[in-house]
Design a protein around this ligand. Sequence first.
Ligand code: PEP
Ligand code: MN
Length: 341
Amino acid sequence: MIVVMQNGASERDIDYIVRRARSLGLSSHVSEQQGQILVGLSGDMRGIEPAALRGLPGVEQVKAMSHPYRLASREFRTERTEIPVRELRIGGDDLVLMGGPCSVESKDQILECAHMVKDAGGQVLRGGAFKPRSSPYSFQGLAEDGLKYLAAAREETGLAIITEVMAIEQVEMVCEYTDILQIGTRNMHNFNLLHAVGRTRTPVMLKRGMMSTLKELLLSAEYILSQGNPYVMLCERGIRTFETYTRNTLDINAVPSLRELTHLPVIVDPSHATGKASLVRSASRAAVAAGCDGLIIEMHPDPSAAWSDGAQSLAPEEFRRTFAESRAVSEALKPLTAAGG
Ligand code: PEP
Ligand code: MN
């Protein structure tokens, strides 16, 4: 339920609603939207009469919520969220292009990749220093050394950086280096980790669990938002279906669906969604045409030598082409979508 306060509502009126909610065993969250105060209420709503709240001083209207997530919903916040990352605005007018290797392998490798990302028109460098590998015998990442190399690449190129955090104990250290924290598909349901990143103010890219619904993704985002971190972007990275030709199935429906359901920016990862370098360029164009706010794409100077995910990593020329075409699709659509298309 959302209590929309009148424009002239006083602090006392708001406080009264919050205290009243508490006495009814409900939790509340006060926010401001275009100068209007909203009090979101959640908990067991049985027996709560909207009419009783409507009559309280300072209350303009009381709206029922149609979804179990609250802070992530468009009902709660109609304006789209823009996330500031250095001089970028993720979720703003311009498509954000993120690229880099699956894993940071060495300082030279990440510096070489960073220059390729920058030259291809990218704004954010990706690279895993903590890797969630299916096998415990596979390369697990360079840990803090990898983070240092990413920071050195940012220093040299001015690109922002994004890297995965896998455990609560790593959050503080990863935040010291990165501009954006990545929560991987396998950790979308790690609620303690979500709470921990929610207590920071570092932007978070939350990847959709490979077997999760959009509702579950939004409820996971709610775990982060409810701890006070408003900077959450969602990432569609493919889900498991019965198809085996591709590693996963890119759920293109997720892009416009999430734009209807939430104000949070939507990023697409066509690399993990397809698992095949030959399909990434087409999937990228489709994702941009569907209305995503950004792409995150794996690349490598020599994909055949990559320490992880080489089969889906783009070689330099294909990578440049993919970024250029994605940007072109985005720019071509701008005048059409601005006209309400
Ligand atoms: C990755 O980005 O390299 C990664 C491991 O992604 P996901 O969590 O989507 O599998
Ligand atoms: Mn990968």
